[in-house]
Design a protein around this ligand. Structure first.
Ligand code: GDP
Ligand code: MG
Length: 439
């Protein structure tokens, strides 16, 4: 998905301007990519529609790089769709009751313990209970977890009626004035009537403050039907997305949120008790896009890079009048962004460790400082016209900058190569324009 979205966005970016036709084309690819990531069709359609309005209305053309701005628009819209800010639990009852529902293996029992521990850390007295009457092992699993975190677990191992256990647990919680009762329920591998009916009855009995639907982030397309069934038949007030530590991109988050409209409140991010956190829409949005930290890079860049400066630089680059003077200015612009190693890591598509290592080797801050020192030691005339830099000038420059003639040579060679590459690019652009090619 990440690659697709990136290539779609790149294509828009290369054009330099976002007109309606180009935007349409790019968005169509983003749409396909989202569908491929198992996001529900209706959710995708609404999403694309919103993006289109925003991207066209936002006069994206004005900025430094429309592609980056579009990434930001897509990202912001994803965050919006995923629910904006992380939403807190709504606990009013005394005791408050939290009911966990969902399929078997989705992570309910683990989440029950994680949630209980999370609330305990906030100073709440918590009671856990399991009403999974089908699998004795499931009750013991919760008991073990409860022991581990020092939270009491109410069990009736012989009881076969789940509703009865729930009722008794609530009585105990009331009697012993617990703040919160967390109820872990049974699940099936697939949605079935009996399971939904039982969950509904338990819910009727304990009247929970929060009914949290637990879903595995790797569930795929089926997630929409499962979420819908639970929401319609049992009802839910929020969602917990588990196994976010897997390599799933988070398409499930978008679907489930889109189809139920209920807030995603927590994310499970590992098997351990502490691998649990409030759901952060912005993180998941970045993940769905596969953009790493590009959004923060864009924000940072917008702060430090003067638009006009960048534009005039771009014109110079393409006009072929690029000098060592301009080169130095560009180096400074890049350095203002922060440590290069960090910036490199923010560039999307550089997920490949090999590529990352190579780049890091090629560009490092110390090298940049040396390059700048070399250019600083040149006379303005030399900077404007590198051709006059002969052997004796090179020796002088090397001495002045505390570098070597070899380094000065290498820099000039690199500069000439870059200049040639730019000319080449310019030619290609002209050719493309003649042919009427879009990208
Ligand atoms: P239940 O059947 O819904 O009660 O699911 P469990 O709580 O028993 O979890 C099923 C499996 O998923 C167990 O092996 C858990 O350790 C694992 N699990 C649950 N939540 C997470 C999570 O956030 N990350 C990872 N990696 N594993 C999880
Ligand atoms: Mg369980």
């Amino acid at each position: 998905l990440a690659e697709k979205v990136q290539s779609a966005i790149e294509k828009i970016g290369r054009k330099g301007r976002i007109d309606e036709e180009t935007l349409e084309k790019g968005l169509r690819e983003i749409k396909l990519a989202l569908l491929e990531a198992d996001v529900n069709y209706r959710v995708v359609s609404n999403f694309i529609k919103d993006i289109k309005e925003k991207a066209l209305g936002a006069k994206v053309i004005k900025g430094v790089n429309p592609a980056q701005q579009l990434v930001k628009i897509v990202h912001d819209e994803l965050v919006q769709t995923l629910g904006g800010e992380a939403e807190k639990l709504n606990l009013k009852g005394k005791p408050s009751v939290i009911l966990l529902i969902g399929l078997q293996g989705s992570g309910k029992t683990t989440t029950a313990a994680k949630l209980a521990n999370y609330l305990k850390k906030q100073g709440k007295r918590v009671l856990l209970t399991s009403v999974d009457v089908y699998r004795p092992a499931a009750m013991l699993q919760l008991k073990k977890l409860g022991d581990q975190i020092g939270i009491p677990v109410f069990l009736e191992e012989k009881e076969k009626d789940a509703v009865k256990i729930a009722k008794d647990a609530l009585l105990k919680a009331k009697d012993e004035s617990y703040d919160v009762l967390v109820v872990d329920t049974a699940g099936r591998l697939h949605i079935d009537e009996e399971l939904l009916e039982e969950a509904r009855k338990i819910k009727e009995e304990v009247v929970p403050d929060e009914t949290l639907f637990v879903i595995d982030s790797m569930t795929g397309q089926e997630s929409v039907n499962i979420a819908k069934a639970f929401d319609e038949r049992v009802g839910m007030t929020g969602i917990v997305l588990t196994k976010m530590d897997s390599d799933a991109r988070g398409g499930v988050a978008l679907s489930v949120k889109g189809v139920t409209g209920k807030p995603i409140k927590f994310a499970g991010v590992g098997e351990k008790i502490d691998d649990f956190e409030p759901f952060y829409p912005d993180r998941v949005a970045s993940r769905i896009l596969g953009m790493g930290d590009i959004v923060s890079l864009v924000e940072k860049a917008q702060e430090v890079i003067d638009e006009k400066e960048a534009l005039s630089m771009q014109e110079k680059l393409l006009s072929g009048e690029f000098t060592l003077e301009d080169f130095r200015q560009q180096l400074r612009m890049i350095q203002r962004l922060g440590p290069l190693q960090q910036i490199i890591r923010m560039i999307p598509g550089l997920s490949s460790q090999k590529m990352l290592k190579q780049l890091e080797k090629a560009i490092d801050d110390k090298k940049l400082k040396r390059i700048e020192a070399i250019i600083n030691s040149m006379t303005p005339e030399e900077r404007r016209n590198h051709a006059i830099i002969n052997a004796s000038r090179k020796r002088r420059i090397a001495k002045g900058s505390g570098t070597s003639v070899k380094e000065v040579d290498a820099l000039i060679k690199q500069f000439v190569q870059a200049k040639m590459a730019m000319k080449q690019m310019k030619k290609m652009q002209r050719k493309m324009a003649k042919k009427g090619g879009r990208f």
